[in-house]
Design a protein around this ligand. Structure first.
Ligand SMILES: Cc1cc2nc3c(=O)[nH]c(=O)nc-3n(C[C@H](O)[C@H](O)[C@H](O)COP(=O)(O)OP(=O)(O)OC[C@H]3O[C@@H](n4cnc5c(N)ncnc54)[C@H](O)[C@@H]3O)c2cc1C
Ligand code: SF4
Length: 436
């Protein structure tokens, strides 16, 4: 064959090569999606936390535009050329898939047919049915940093306009929660020269402060009180937190961190009394910006009040050379136990009340199995912590009670949502089952 003939063959076979490449990519995507959905099903993690897409299959043309539109990566996958939420628990309600769909075949809803999501009623001014109790941010149902910042600002504007006058010894407003909604609201209170108190059970930054190290955060521009237009676009969690800290310092934002709100009661003289783990405060208005992660579930055992006990892993390195007990059987507990066990000189015990890790992703289960085999983690199934001492912990394991050396305890037993507290206060809460 001449060079010319060869070029003709190459030219003619190009479409076939492209078709093969395209088909192979689609096939690989289909299999990755099936695997992801299978893993989520096995780990019983099929319920998205809040707002999420549902696909109208009677309209969907299978174009796949919704798949790459999701900023969180592999949340949506195409299976047999149809979109599915293959990693539902990672959906945080960006809604970018809905915007990307060319034929409007996506609806964003709260809850599923089998699992309701409690959404408190709020009016356009972010006030609940109880005058003086306001809600901003994810607790009200809208996720995302931009929405939380915007709602925090708008809610504080509405509170200022409502002009409820505080008595002496009373705050104008108590803001509960210092995530993006509580932060923006606090800046708004400073701008409006209100007598405010911001209470945070954990640390400044809310859910953002606990994103995994180096997580890429997608934020759309928002307007912050005192600051004006705030725009970072695609950034890292660390850069976003650094920027917020600078702003907080510049405007002398005061936040009582490490102070959990426990109760809100009507004050017979007008306003409310907020009880925290540290005190009782009178206020005209309460703004709840507490998100949807809830308050960490406690074990309720003697010794839990010790400073060595915490409810979240921050940095595995801080446990180097220590005896650590992790309590729980979900992904957070397994990830904490595994990452600490990788630090030199640690001994890690993982205590779980059930007989198997049925609520964790296979990837995390495999990591723990490998660490257990390598002798880096000791797993105690069917076990219950009985007592936390200064240098040891007591654990009941089936028919035996054991004592192990201990320097630190991480309890990762989920969160208690504030629904009960809201209902006790008289706030109207509606349960949504797959509704907009
Ligand atoms: C893994 C993950 C990744 C995400 N990635 C993105 C992203 O890239 N872009 C984006 O826009 N959004 C993202 N989000 C969503 C975003 O983090 C939330 O929508 C946002 O943080 C909600 O802000 P918030 O202020 O309403 O609540 P939160 O940030 O949850 O803050 C609520 C605060 O209230 C405190 N609190 C709760 N109860 C009490 C109490 N009783 N007393 C005192 N304090 C209390 C909590 O400790 C917390 O600090 C992500 C979420 C997760 C889980
Ligand atoms: S973008 Fe719309 S039409 Fe295309 S696959 Fe997704 S849901 Fe179907």
């Amino acid at each position: 064959m001449s060079i010319g003939d060869n070029l003709v063959v190459i030219f003619l076979s190009m479409p076939l090569v492209i078709l093969l490449f395209y088909t192979a990519r689609k096939w690989a995507h289909h299999h990755r999606s099936v695997k992801a959905l299978h893993e989520a099903t096995e780990a019983k993690m099929l319920d998205p936390a809040s707002l999420h897409p549902v696909f109208d299959m009677s309209q969907c043309i299978g174009c796949g535009a919704c798949v790459p539109a999701c900023p969180e990566g592999s949340v949506i996958g195409l299976i047999n050329r149809r979109p599915h939420l293959v990693n539902p628990s990672s959906c945080i309600g960006h809604g970018a898939c809905k915007q990307a769909c060319p034929i409007d075949a996506i609806k964003l809803v709260f809850g599923t047919a089998t699992r309701g999501v409690d959404i408190p009623f709020i009016d356009p001014d972010f006030q609940t049915n109880i005058p003086g109790i306001y809600i901003a941010g994810e607790l009200g149902g809208m996720g995302l940093i931009k929405n939380a910042l915007t709602q925090g600002r708008q809610a504080m504007e509405a509170i200022r306009k409502a002009g409820r006058k505080a008595r002496p010894q009373q705050y104008d407003v108590i803001i509960v929660g210092a995530g993006p909604a509580g932060f923006a609201a606090t800046l708004g209170a400073i701008e409006a020269k209100l007598k405010y108190l911001t209470i945070e059970q954990d640390s400044f930054g809310g859910t953002v402060a606990h994103f995994p190290r180096g997580k890429i955060v997608m934020t759309q521009p928002a307007v912050l009180p005192l600051v004006g237009r705030f725009q970072l676009g695609e950034t890292s969690k660390e850069a976003l937190m650094a920027k917020w800290r600078l702003i907080a310092k510049k405007y002398q934002v005061r936040i009582n961190t490490g102070e959990r709100m426990e109760k809100i009661e009507q004050d017979p003289q007008g306003g409310f009394v907020v009880t925290t783990v540290k005190g009782r405060y009178a206020t005209q208005v309460v703004l709840l910006a507490i998100g949807r992660r809830g308050t960490p579930r406690q074990l309720g055992v003697p010794g839990e009040e010790k400073t060595k006990v915490c409810y979240r892993l921050v940095d595995p390195q801080q446990y180097r050379g220590q005896h650590v007990l992790v309590v729980g059987g979900g992904d957070s507990a397994l990830e904490a136990a595994w990452s600490i066990s990788e630090e030199p000189g640690t001994t890690v015990t993982l205590s779980y009340r059930s007989a198997a890790f049925s609520r964790a992703k296979p990837k995390n289960r495999q990591k723990i199995e490998a660490s257990e085999k390598a002798g880096r983690v000791r797993v105690l199934f069917n076990s219950h912590v009985k007592q936390i001492g200064e240098h040891e912990v007591e654990i009941r394991c089936e028919d035996d009670t054991i004592r192990i050396k201990n320097d630190q305890v991480i309890i990762s037993a989920g969160g208690i949502l504030p629904t009960k507290m809201l209902k006790a206060l008289g706030v109207q809460v509606d349960t949504k089952y797959g509704e907009e």
